[in-house]
Write a protein that binds this ligand. Structure first.
Ligand code: FES
Ligand code: MG
Length: 572
C-alpha cells in the first residue's frame, strides 16, 4: 500500500484534534470500530435504490454484495443514496432530471471522505447521471449495472418492453381487451431488473462495459441470476485495488474508449438515447466528441446482436450466448483492443477467450443480422445541427422518402387530433411534432415515436416517417427522426413547418430538408413566438435557461468539464 496520507479520506478520518473527533465520532454510532479509520480505502457505494424506480428496487441487495467484496479486499464501504430516476413514473420525463441527479452525484462524491466509488446503475437515466457526476470529480470509479429482467411470457409468447408499443396498437384497434392488457403487465415485468430488451437501460449497461467502466459481462447478466451478486462482489474487491493504483476515470475514458462504445452500440443495435448520454459524458471528462462521430464510427458496423427492438431476442439470451465480450471479440479487427478497462486489463484481453454459443443471437461481421446499424445523423435546413435516426429499427422503404407534413404544434395537439376521422393524413405523409425538445417539453420527452393514427392502422399501415425534436424510448422502433437541432422552442426551422409543406428525408445521403424557400421561412419567422411554458422558478427554470441542444448532449452549459476532488476547507 502506498502512503495512506495520499488517500483523500484521510483528510477527514486521519485528522487529530476536534476535526478528527467530529469526522469519526458520529460514524461510530453505526458500530464502526476505530481501526476502520486507519487509512484503508474508503469506498462509496452510490446507490440509486428506490421503490419508485422499480428497475433498481433490488439494489440494496447488490450493495451488500459490493460491501462483502470491499471488506475482503481490505476496504471500508459506505453506501449512500442519490436521486433516483425511474423511467416509468417520473413526469414529465426522467430526462428533465438527468442533469440534476448528476449534480447530486458529483457533489456527494466530492464533499465526502470517499477514495473510490462504485456506481449502482440500472433504469435508463440512472446510468448517465451517475457517470456524468463521477466524471466531474474523477476519482477511481467502477460501474455495476442492475441487470435486465428475465423475459416475460404472455399467451405462449416471449414478451418484453417493445411489446408495450405493439399491445398499444392492438388495443387501439380493439384486438386486445383492457383485461388482457392488465394481464400482460404482470407477465412482462415478472422479475427484478430493468427492461429486458436492448432499450436504453441495456444500451447504457452495454455502453459502460464497452467504455471499460465495468467488469466484463456486466451488461447482460440478468438481475435475477445469482451471478449478478457475484459480479457485484468482484467489483467491490476490484475498486479497492483501483484506489491503490489510482486508476481514475480519466485514465479509462480516452477518446479510443468513446470510439469503442460507438462501434459496440452499433453492433448491438443500441438506443438513440445513447447519443445524447455519451456526448454529455464526453463533455464532463473533457474528451472531444461530436455528433458526426456517431455516424462516422458506426456507419460500417453491421448489426451483430439479434436483440429487440432491432431483432428478436432478449438480454438474457445474449448472456447465455456469450455476453457482450463475445460480441466485442467478433469486432476485434476494428475496435481499439488496447483500451484500458477497470480490471486493469485491456478490452482485447478481456474478450480474447469469449466464445459464441448461439449464432442466432451473436452473428459474425461477415454474416451479420442486418447490414445497416448504428446511428444515422441527418442534416439539412430542417436540422442544421443534426437529427438522428436508427436504421436497424426503421422501415427500409422509408429511408428515402418525400411527403407532405402533418404538423402537431405540441404533444397536446397531437393527442387531441391524431385519431380524428377528418385528419388529412395518408401512408405517404410525414408526421411532424414540435416543442418536445430539451427546452420545449421541457426535458426532451420520449414521445418522438408518436403512435400512428387509427385509420391508417386499420389500413395496415404500421410505420410513417415521423420527425420531432424529442427522443424515443430505446425500446421503440419505426422510421423516426429524433433530436432535431435546433429544437422548435429554440427557434429552429422545425418551428416554422406548416401543414402541407413537403419534406424530404434521404438517409443514405444523410439529408433532411424542408422544401420551403429561405425567403418564405424568413417571412414565417417574423410571426413566430417561442412557446411560453410559464415556468419562472426552481430547478426547471434553471434547466430551461441553461440546457444545451441535443447535438451537444443536452447537459447544462455550466456543468461541462470537471472540478476535481479537492476540497480545502473543513466544516467546523
Ligand atoms: Fe427502467 Fe425500462 S423502465 S429500464
Ligand atoms: Mg426509456
Amino acid at each position: 500500500m502506498e502512503d495512506n496520507k495520499a488517500l483523500r479520506s484521510q483528510n477527514w478520518f486521519g485528522k487529530t484534534g476536534k476535526d478528527g473527533f467530529i469526522y469519526r465520532a458520529w460514524m461510530k454510532n453505526q458500530g464502526i470500530p476505530h481501526d476502520e479509520f486507519d487509512g484503508r480505502p474508503v469506498i462509496g457505494i452510490c446507490n440509486t435504490w428506490s421503490e419508485l424506480t422499480p428497475c433498481n428496487a433490488h439494489f440494496r441487495d447488490l450493495a451488500e454484495a459490493v460491501k462483502i467484496g470491499v471488506y475482503e479486499a481490505g476496504g471500508f464501504p459506505v453506501e449512500f443514496p442519490v436521486m433516483s430516476l425511474g423511467e416509468t413514473l417520473i413526469k414529465p420525463t426522467a430526462m428533465l432530471y438527468r442533469n440534476l441527479a448528476s449534480m447530486d452525484v458529483e457533489e456527494s462524491i466530492r464533499a465526502n471522505p470517499i477514495d473510490g466509488v462504485v456506481l449502482l446503475c440500472g433504469c435508463d437515466k440512472t446510468t448517465p447521471s451517475l457517470v456524468m457526476g463521477a466524471c466531474s470529480v474523477d476519482i477511481p470509479t467502477l460501474v455495476i449495472s442492475g441487470g435486465p429482467m428475465l423475459k416475460g411470457h404472455f399467451k405462449g409468447k416471449d414478451i418484453g418492453t417493445s411489446d408495450v408499443w405493439r399491445f398499444a396498437e392492438a388495443y387501439k384497434l380493439g384486438q386486445i381487451s383492457q383485461s388482457e392488457f392488465v394481464e400482460a403487465e404482470a407477465c412482462m415485468a415478472r422479475t427484478q431488473g430493468h427492461c429486458a430488451v436492448m432499450g436504453t437501460a441495456s444500451t447504457m449497461a452495454t455502453m459502460v462495459e464497452a467504455l471499460g467502466l465495468s467488469l466484463p459481462n456486466n451488461a447482460s447478466i440478468p438481475a435475477a441470476d445469482a451471478r449478478r451478486k457475484v459480479i457485484s462482489q468482484f467489483s467491490g474487491r476490484r475498486i479497492v485495488e483501483m484506489v491503490k493504483e489510482n486508476l481514475t476515470l480519466s485514465k479509462i475514458l480516452t477518446r479510443e474508449a468513446f470510439e469503442n462504445a460507438i462501434m459496440v452500440n452499433a453492433a448491438i443495435g443500441g438506443s438513440t438515447n445513447f447519443v445524447i448520454h455519451l456526448l454529455a459524458i464526453a463533455g464532463r471528462i473533457g474528451v472531444d466528441l461530436n455528433i458526426e462521430d456517431f455516424d462516422k464510427f458506426s456507419q460500417h458496423i453491421p448489426l451483430l446482436a439479434n436483440l429487440q427492438p432491432s431483432g428478436e431476442h432478449f438480454m438474457e439470451d445474449l448472456y447465455y450466448s456469450g455476453g457482450l465480450p463475445a460480441v466485442i471479440k467478433e469486432m476485434s479487427g476494428i475496435i481499439h483492443n488496447d483500451a484500458l478497462t477497470v480490471n486493469g486489463k485491456t478490452m482485447g484481453e478481456n474478450c480474447a477467450d469469449a466464445e459464441v454459443y448461439n449464432r442466432n443471437i451473436v452473428a459474425t461481421m461477415e454474416n451479420p443480422f442486418k447490414p445497416n446499424s448504428g446511428i444515422a445523423v441527418v442534416k439539412g435546413n430542417l436540422s442544421p445541427n443534426g437529427a438522428v435516426l436508427k436504421p436497424s429499427a426503421a422501415t427500409p422503404a422509408l429511408m428515402v422518402h418525400r411527403g407532405k407534413a402533418v404538423v402537431f404544434e405540441t404533444i397536446e395537439d397531437y393527442h387531441e387530433r391524431i385519431d380524428h376521422p377528418d385528419l388529412d393524413i395518408d401512408e405517404n405523409s410525414i408526421m411532424v411534432l414540435k416543442n418536445v425538445g430539451p427546452k420545449g417539453y421541457p426535458g426532451m420527452a420520449e414521445v418522438g415515436n408518436m403512435g400512428i393514427p387509427k385509420k391508417l392502422l386499420e389500413k395496415g399501415v404500421h410505420d410513417l416517417v415521423r420527425i420531432s425534436d424529442g427522443r424515443m424510448s430505446g425500446t421503440g422502433f419505426g422510421t423516426v427522426v429524433l433530436h432535431v437541432s435546433p429544437e422548435a422552442a429554440a427557434g429552429g426551422n422545425l418551428a416554422l413547418v406548416q401543414n402541407g409543406d413537403y419534406i424530404s428525408l434521404d438517409v443514405p445521403n444523410r439529408t433532411l430538408n424542408l422544401e420551403v424557400s429561405d425567403e418564405e421561412l424568413a417571412e414565417r419567422r417574423k410571426n413566430w413566438q417561442a412557446i411560453d411554458m410559464n415556468i419562472t422558478r426552481g430547478y426547471v427554470n434553471l434547466y430551461i435557461n441553461h440546457v444545451e441542444q441535443a447535438h451537444l448532449g443536452a447537459d447544462m452549459d455550466f456543468l461541462k468539464g470537471k472540478s476535481g476532488s479537492t476540497v480545502t476547507r473543513d466544516s467546523h
